[in-house]
Design a protein around this ligand. Structure first.
Ligand code: C2O
Ligand code: CU
Ligand code: CU
Length: 529
């Protein structure tokens, strides 16, 4: 297809096309007051999960508990309250807000969701291996005032999972307005790692959710996607880490673990630690579904909405007074020209939102105290057994768009939310060959109910190939995944073992985790029979 035909098809004025694609480099300035594109500021301490109660307090759900989704508020900018939607669990500490759930592999979890919002919601436990009823997909959404009971065993490996709303059409707004938090599973491999490096959750093992928001002059969240933003995804200009804009973290000369979660609606990050002008090496130790077999050294990693990456950063040879930034490096968003229109067509043209791919400063680490620390990173973390694909059948999945509408195998969820285009036989292995159209944008594709393995990347863009190994795989492709980013023109083959011990048919969804895409129907039902 010629570009002009394509433009006519998607209905974007040719005016935007004469604007050259921006190249974002050090020194470019865009963005508002809390400009994430420069390294000034960083005067607010990072909010860390801990046993402090309140926002991101750690919660051990040993007994059945009630979790409410309701309006709330938090201090994001100094001396003002920002209205949010929150999850609240009442506990011994008073109210926990967006509690970080911490569970042991094998334990039972029983929770009741109470919907205190004015529209439907449901909690989805992202990455958890549960039956369809406990998965909390769009089919389980409950009305305002309703409640929903969950009861399941934690079958997952130790690792960093998360939870967020999933009502069709409302997920993006509810997640954007605050409904999301971590779900951490502990197991023996995790305990061993913790002991060998002396890691403590919230102190030296720090979950960090990265989100981009738009705040108005009164520090209130703005969320009114234009038609083009529903198509491209909604981007913010204020980058928050654990709801803190431009946070700093005081660190010691030792090893830290960061569990990064991209909880943004649509923004992709190319994460790197930068000291001066140098990228600082770190070790990737875990992915969506828990620890890798062994650490992989890296200097950057792409993280798309929904994905998690666990890293170890060794600061033992840094000096008191040193400063290291967590940044998102510039990259080509590969939005195939359409990305520009999203920037130019903002309702308020005073506001300039850094596009996907803009270079951003996210968090500042300040080396505060020197201490003796000589623990080496263990070379054996866990076991990751490859899925046996010798009897696997292959299913092709095509990601495409027509008339500013996204499709998975030519199906758009909004046309019929009861349609189940994919049925897989329980206890079989399938290879899904996910192919993204060339005239497209990157889509983080997520499956419910199972963790998968990436087998192969074909026709990856150069910026991805720069990071792949001899097999053509990224470090994050070496572990268990539930979300994988597929770039335009790229084909990614994944293996899914549909073995499960739940009785009866199980309904799940497979969708794009760009939350605007999800809400405009880039999602399909699938059933395990
Ligand atoms: Cu994190 Cu179906 O979602
Ligand atoms: Cu999920
Ligand atoms: Cu998408």
């Amino acid at each position: 297809m010629k570009r002009r035909e394509f433009l006519k098809l998607v209905g974007i004025s040719a005016f935007f096309m004469v604007v050259p694609r921006p190249v974002f480099a050090m020194g470019d300035t865009m963005g508002g007051s809390l400009d994430s594109m420069d390294q000034t500021g960083f005067v607010t301490p990072l909010l860390r999960p801990g046993h402090h109660g309140g926002m991101l307090g750690i919660f051990h759900p040993k007994k059945p508990f009630i979790i409410s989704a309701k309006p709330g508020a938090a201090t994001i900018l100094p001396e003002t309250k920002t209205d949010l939607l929150i999850y609240e669990v009442k506990g011994a500490m008073g109210g926990l807000i967006n509690p970080v759930l911490w569970v042991k592999k094998g334990q039972q979890v029983a929770a009741t969701l109470k919907n205190g919002l004015t529209y439907p919601t449901i909690i989805h436990w992202h990455g958890l291996i549960v039956d369809g009823k406990n998965d909390g997909g769009p089919g389980e959404a409950i009305p305002a005032g309703g409640s929903y009971d969950y009861s399941y065993q934690v079958r997952n490996r130790g690792g960093t999972y998360w939870y967020h709303p999933h009502p069709f059409g409302f997920t993006s707004e509810q997640a954007y307005r605050g409904l999301a938090s971590f779900y951490i599973v502990d197991d023996e491999d995790e305990q061993r790692l913790r002991r060998s490096l002396d890691l403590r959750l919230g102190k030296t093992d720090i979950p960090v959710v990265i989100q981009d928001k738009r705040l108005d002059a009164d520090a209130q969240l703005m969320y009114e996607p234009t038609e083009e933003e529903w198509f491209m995804g909604f981007l913010g200009d204020t980058i928050l880490a654990n709801l803190t804009p431009k946070p700093y973290l005081d660190v010691q000369t030792r090893i830290y673990r960061f569990r990064f979660l991209n909880g943004s609606n649509a923004r992709i990050y190319r994460l790197a630690f930068v000291k001066g002008n140098e990228k600082k090496a770190f070790s990737i130790i875990g992915t969506d579904g828990g620890l890798l077999a062994s650490p992989i050294e890296a200097s950057e990693v792409f993280l798309s909405p929904g994905e998690r990456v666990d890293v170890l950063l060794d600061l033992s040879r840094d000096k008191k007074g040193d400063v290291i930034f967590l940044k998102s490096l510039a990259f080509d968003p590969m939005d195939n020209e359409m990305g520009m229109s999203a920037v130019l067509a903002l309702p308020n043209s005073m506001e300039e939102i850094p596009p996907n791919g803009a270079e951003l400063y996210i968090m500042k680490l300040r080396v505060k105290t020197a201490r003796a620390y000589s623990r080496p990173i263990p070379q054996e973390l866990s076991t990751v057994s490859p899925i046996d694909v010798s009897n696997a059948s292959t299913r092709e999945i095509l990601l495409s768009q027509t008339d500013m509408k996204w499709f998975i195998n030519n199906v758009n969820y909004s046309d019929d939310p009861t349609f189940f285009p994919i049925e897989v036989a329980k206890n079989t292995v399938e290879i899904w060959e996910i192919m993204n159209d060339m005239l497209s944008m990157p889509h983080p594709m997520h499956i419910h109910g199972f963790q998968f393995q990436v087998l192969e990347r074909i026709d990856s863009p150069q910026q991805v190939r720069d990071l792949t190994d001899a097999e053509g795989l990224l470090p994050t492709d070496k572990g268990w995944k539930d979300t994988v980013l597929i770039w335009p023109g790229e084909k990614v083959r994944i293996a899914i073992d549909f073995s499960q011990d739940f009785s009866g048919e199980q309904n799940y969804v497979f969708h794009c985790h760009n939350l605007e895409h999800e809400d405009v129907g880039m999602m399909i039902n699938y059933r395990v029979v």
